[in-house]
Design a protein around this ligand. Structure first.
Ligand SMILES: C[S@@+](CC[C@H](N)C(=O)[O-])C[C@H]1O[C@@H](n2cnc3c(N)ncnc32)[C@H](O)[C@@H]1O
Length: 289
């Protein structure tokens, strides 16, 4: 007796309904990514798949149920895409967000620009590196840069170690507040995506983040800017005069986050930058000469 097979379109349609009922924001995309994952293909290639066998369908439905319960798509896939690279992710590490690609792109451009301006390859530091994703993107896009990264959470550091293996990035476990004493005054470019959600705003955080990203990656004091204030001091310590720092912040912090830098009087060219949706997303500043 032949096993029953299913049309991919039918399987996807049912999954989309389950995901939409669970409140997933992009049910068609997520269903297609999960089916492609189970079938060992890519989402664009799904149109070439003629049928789904019962074993694959069962495996797919199990993943769809987990996604409908708001497990992050990237945890189910085991991978997050970021600019031209990917990183492994799962429980214990912050899932990289697409909006952070802008900050990483700024850091890549600054690193390349430093070389153009000075004739020397830059020293770059990524603080709060999490999965190591920004450091990995910089190391791959500017291979001659010297890249350092630090992460406080041992579990996240473990993911970063795996993701940065073979990239040449100097990864350390520790608190950014005291990290890289050996690099004081020698760094050209700093990137940082710190925790920035106000403690009391936890209820407004999406279940994927609230229940699966580590708290240390999300929350940062009453106004969400505790880590930003630490970063300001660390960047002033690490950068050489004229060096630059870029830091992501919440969209509600478009004035408050740059004010942390403006307030100390040691920075020039403090600017805030919008994301593709027009929301304030990251600040940049240059250490006064
Ligand atoms: C929002 S996540 C960003 C992770 C990664 N850079 C990214 O963009 O996907 C912030 C990270 O900072 C780490 N972290 C929080 N406080 C830190 C500190 N004082 N020193 C170093 N890392 C810290 C958290 O554990 C978390 O991995």
């Amino acid at each position: 007796m032949s096993e029953r097979v299913f049309a991919p379109r039918e399987v996807l349609r049912e999954a989309e309904a389950v995901l939409a009922a669970g409140g997933v924001g992009s049910p068609a995309f997520d269903a297609a990514e999960l089916l492609a994952h189970v079938l060992g293909t890519t989402r664009p290639q799904l149109s070439t798949v003629a049928e789904v066998g019962p074993g694959d369908r069962a495996a797919f439905e199990a993943l769809v149920a987990r996604r409908a319960a708001r497990e992050p798509l990237q945890h189910l896939l085991g991978t997050a895409w970021f600019r031209y690279t990917t990183v492994a992710v799962g429980p214990g590490v912050f899932v990289p967000r697409p909006e952070t690609e802008l900050l990483a792109g700024w850091a890549v451009e600054q690193a390349k620009g430093w070389r153009d301006m000075t004739g020397e390859w830059p020293v770059v530091v990524d603080l709060c590196t999490g999965s190591g994703v920004i450091a990995k993107a910089i190391a791959e896009e500017v291979p001659m840069a010297t890249v350092h990264a630090v992460e406080l959470d041992p579990a996240a550091h473990g993911w970063a170690a795996r993701n940065l293996e073979g990239t040449g990035v100097d990864l350390r476990l520790g608190d950014m507040a005291t990290a890289f004493a050996d690099l004081d005054g020698q760094v050209d470019v700093i990137s940082c995506n710190p925790p920035y959600i106000p403690l009391e705003a936890w209820e407004s955080v999406a279940p994927e983040a609230r229940d699966h990203d580590p708290d240390l990656a999300l929350y940062s004091g009453v106004d969400g800017l505790d880590a930003m204030r630490v970063l300001e001091g660390v960047a002033a310590r690490l950068l050489r005069p004229g060096g630059v720092v870029g830091a992501e912040h919440a969209d509600a912090q478009g004035d408050a986050a740059p004010a942390v830098f403006i307030g100390t009087g040691r920075w020039q060219d403090v600017r805030d930058h919008l994301d593709l949706a027009g929301r304030p997303r990251y600040l940049t500043a240059r250490l006064a000469r």
